[in-house]
Write a new protein. Structure first.
Length: 118
């Protein structure tokens, strides 16, 4: 079954934003990969990514990710429904195996081999 598994937000103040989500929604900090601050509600993860000069994106919603059973059959589906990019492999040091962009250019991570920490 395919389902949304994580959302990533770019922020210049991880601590303040993390405190907001922990206090307002009871999210818990969990271990993750890299320098992002990872929060979880027990199923859905929120990655708060620190804005740096190297990260050439605006603050705010960065991408969201789906946990999928298998990316291979989805490749043709993405093409048929107008994805604005081909499915591309992600670097080995990332939390997702692949990325694709929807017709409006929004980034979607595709994860299946790695279970998100909860």
């Amino acid at each position: 079954m395919n389902r949304i598994r994580h959302i990533a937000i770019v922020t210049s103040n991880q601590e303040k934003l993390g405190n907001f989500y922990k206090t307002a929604f009871g999210m818990k900090e969990v271990k993750g990969i890299g320098s992002a601050l990872y929060l979880s509600d027990g199923y859905m993860n929120l990655a708060l990514i620190k804005k740096t000069p190297e990260l050439k994106v605006n603050e705010g919603l960065y991408h969201f990710g789906f946990e999928v059973d298998d990316v291979k059959p989805l490749k043709n589906v993405f093409k048929q429904v107008g994805a604005s990019s081909e499915v591309q492999p992600r670097p080995k040091n990332r939390d997702a195996e692949f990325r694709v962009h929807d017709p409006d250019g929004n980034a979607i991570d595709l994860v299946w081999s790695r279970k998100w920490p909860i």
